[in-house]
Design a binder for this molecule. Sequence first.
Ligand SMILES: C[S@@+](CC[C@H](N)C(=O)[O-])C[C@H]1O[C@@H](n2cnc3c(N)ncnc32)[C@H](O)[C@@H]1O
Length: 227
Amino acid sequence: MQKALWQKEYEERKDVPSSRTMFPSRALKEFWESTEIAGLNMESALDIGSGLGRNSIYMAQNGSSSVRGVEIVDSAIKRAQMSVEKLGLQDKITFTNQSVGNKLPFQDQSFDLILDMMVMHLLNPEERANYFAEIQRLLKPSGFFVFYTIAAESKVAKALFESNPGPEKNSYIIPQSGMTEKAFTDGELAKAFAQLKIIRLDHKIEFTPAFGDVYEREYISGVMKRN
Ligand SMILES: C[S@@+](CC[C@H](N)C(=O)[O-])C[C@H]1O[C@@H](n2cnc3c(N)ncnc32)[C@H](O)[C@@H]1O
């Protein structure tokens, strides 16, 4: 669990883009505006690692009547809650302060949409195994899982595995923050979410501003659906 590092990120460093902006993630917006969900209802949504609440707020403002955010850093939740109240969305959004590496306090098949914007690669193997099971347990039939994570099969990732190896295969430690990230292959994701149907796994190269510099990374922008 990397709670202390994320606490520091929100309280002191504010280096990664999600600590600085309240604009929703591009991958969420693209999904929301896509034909896949035209006419469908995204009534109930779960925001994994909800941070300062930007994506929970977007979903509540665009049709979801029940959004649940789960986040490990208490101070991030407090700030997200303030934004929610300012916008008068408190009847629609509730945050829970816990790790997504543990069993989540929701009933089976609770959500039309589960969103993970840049969180699954932060979990250790034990947390990840629980997380994979929980996503599949919590999704309603025909529900969508939309995520954005780090791709393992890129030149940049491979260089990082060599220069700053992390504790497991395809992982690295970011020198500036000490955070460990585990990158994924398409095959690993297909296996981990075997109960879901892959709609798309798009690979995107981005140049992300962080730590006073700009970093190249290859990401996987995924949409899966439960039958
Ligand atoms: C890169 S940020 C993204 C935040 C948010 N998804 C967004 O796009 O604005 C990753 C978030 O995951 C949270 N996080 C990390 N490990 C977690 C865990 N085990 N359980 C819940 N949240 C976690 C961090 O505190 C942080 O808020």
